[in-house]
Write a protein that binds this ligand. Structure first.
Ligand SMILES: [Zn+2]
Length: 119
C-alpha cells in the first residue's frame, strides 16, 4: 500500500469516526429535550419505542467505532491491509469497498464456506 492509499484510509476513518461521534452527541441532546416535553402517557409510550430504536442504532455505532479504532490502530502500527489469517496483503480495491475488512478474499471465502461448519 502506498502513502496516498494510507492517507486516504486514515482520513476516511477519521471522518467516519467524527461523524458518528457528532451524531451521538446530537442524539443525547434530542433525548434531553424530548424528555422535558412529555406530558401524557401515550406520548411517553411512543417515546419508549423510538428510544429502543435509537438504542439499537447506537449499538451499531458502537460496533462501528470499535472497528474504526481497530483499523486506525493498524494504520499506526503498519499492519493495516494485512490479512489476519494468512498475513497476505489485502487488495486495495477490496479495502476501499469495505475498509474494515480484516481478511483477504481467499481467507474470507474459506471462512464462509459452509463445508467448514460441518467439520
Ligand atoms: Zn488471507
Amino acid at each position: 500500500m502506498n502513502a496516498t492509499d494510507l492517507r486516504f484510509f486514515k482520513s476516511f476513518l477519521l471522518t467516519r469516526k467524527s461523524s458518528i461521534l457528532n451524531r451521538s452527541t446530537e442524539f443525547k441532546n434530542e433525548q434531553c429535550a424530548e424528555r422535558t416535553l412529555i406530558s401524557d402517557e401515550a406520548e411517553a409510550a411512543s417515546l419508549d419505542l423510538s428510544m429502543s430504536l435509537s438504542i439499537h442504532l447506537h449499538e451499531r455505532d458502537r460496533m462501528l467505532l470499535f472497528q474504526i479504532d481497530r483499523a486506525l490502530g493498524k494504520l499506526e502500527d503498519g499492519t493495516y491491509g494485512q490479512c489476519e489469517s494468512c498475513a497476505d496483503l489485502i487488495n486495495v480495491g477490496r479495502l476501499k469497498a469495505s475498509p474494515f475488512t480484516t481478511l483477504c478474499i481467499a481467507c474470507k471465502e474459506e471462512q464462509e464456506d459452509p463445508r467448514n461448519y460441518l467439520q
